[in-house]
Design a protein around this ligand. Structure first.
Ligand SMILES: *Cc1c(COP(=O)(O)O)cnc(C)c1O
Length: 377
């Protein structure tokens, strides 16, 4: 598949041809755990055992690499398994720069599993380049970026942070779960690794858990990630890979819908007297808007609001919605609302009056009508 092709075309055709054995236009699901060896001891198909490699996983990885413009990809059983593979590919004693506003589970992974294993880390405001520069140490080997961040939608300048990382001899990894490769392409901006919770927009229907790492270069660091995938064993099932591939075919169109809807909803909320703040990078008033406009193609379907009246009123608004579903997670066709601080629990730095919204593919006027009635006192 030519890298020159448009992303809509790549999403449908990359990594995929009709099944040579049957002519099936869509891939069969290869549930077999083991593959036949020829009389001479070789493996004519290239497949040996499904933990090491599986045709559905192979197809998913090829498609993900094409969509992110990467050299290779490794698919995992969850977003956190993919994040953990990047951390584990470092060495004990290495230092990681980590953002202050970030997916909460990634922070727990670093604090509760990787720090005891020997990784050192500093928490830094990734939206402040001087703070990033000042936090670099001689042992810094990885700078972790999540932009827009979770749940405050802070914007990090990927090109600038990648440059700081490279000058320090470190890699720059970007959690690209929220924008998806349709909204933002970190490798083209200079990042070395992209991580996805495929659970979210790439899956798109809230029915599959998965993760992936995509790399600009298939170097020795990626070989370690591949080893962690195949020997660590946190691989996705063939069915999960097949579901993800099915979803990826429509990703460009879903992302346009999510983003257009979120922009409408954000503009409505920005004018609403019961809302103290709207965090959405598509709003010209957002402090990261200029950087976002430069590095994003779409601003995505996620936004958060701070409700006037504190935590009680935030909970009351969440209790009054009818079309939005009160649930964690994001990226599905259905709109979700969540009081984020109570999900994050101890260690949360999320404001108590914050509600996080995953804007789905319903008609935006229906979403706005639901929020209007929920915000009315
Ligand atoms: C959900 C999420 C993750 C973790 O993915 P899991 O599949 O739940 O392990 C990581 N980063 C971001 C931004 C997420 O939204």
């Amino acid at each position: 598949m030519s890298a020159e092709m448009h992303i809509e075309t790549l999403a449908i055709h990359a990594g995929h041809t009709p099944d040579p054995a049957t002519g099936a236009v869509m891939s069969p699901i290869h549930l077999s755990t083991t593959f036949e060896r020829a009389a001479d001891g070789s493996y004519p198909s290239g497949y040996v055992y499904t933990r090491t490699a599986n045709p559905n996983r192979h197809e998913l990885e090829a498609t993900l690499a094409a969509l992110e413009g990467g050299a290779a990809a490794a698919a995992f059983a969850s977003g956190l398994a993919a994040t953990g593979a990047i951390f584990q590919a470092l060495a004990p004693g290495d230092h990681v720069l980590f953002p202050d506003d970030v997916y909460f589970g990634a922070g727990r992974l670093l604090r509760e599993l990787m720090a005891p294993w020997g990784l050192r880390y500093s928490i830094v405001n990734m939206a402040d380049l001087d703070a990033v520069r000042a936090a670099v140490r001689p042992q810094t080997r990885l700078v972790w970026v999540e932009t827009p961040s979770n749940p405050l939608l802070k914007i990090t300048d990927i090109a600038a942070v990648a440059e700081i990382a490279h000058a320090a001899g470190a890699r720059c990894a970007v959690d690209n779960t929220w924008p998806s490769p349709i909204g933002q392409q970190p490798l083209a901006l200079g990042a070395d690794l992209v991580m996805h919770a495929t659970t979210k927009y790439l899956g798109g229907h809230s029915d599959v858990l998965g993760g992936a790492v995509i790399v600009r270069e298939a170097d020795e660091f990626f070989e370690r990630i591949r080893l962690i995938q195949t020997i660590g064993g946190a691989v996705p099932s063939p069915f999960d890979c097949w579901l993800l591939l099915r979803s990826l075919r429509t990703l460009p169109y879903r992302m346009r819908g999510h983003s257009a809807n979120a922009q409408h909803v954000a503009e409505f909320l920005a004018e609403h007297p019961a809302v103290a703040a709207v965090h959405y990078p598509g709003l010209p008033t957002h402090p990261g808007h200029a950087v976002a406009r430069r590095q994003m193609k779409l601003y995505g379907g996620m936004l958060s609001i701070q409700v006037r009246g504190g935590v009680e009123e935030a909970m009351a608004v969440a209790a009054r919605v009818r079309l939005f579903t009160r649930a964690t997670s994001l990226g599905g066709v259905e709109s979700l609302i969540e009081h984020r601080a109570s999900v994050e629990g101890a260690h949360t730095t999320t404001p108590a009056n914050l509600l996080r919204l995953s804007i789905g593919l319903e008609h935006p006027d229906d979403l706005i009508a639901d929020l209007a009635q929920a915000l009315a006192r």
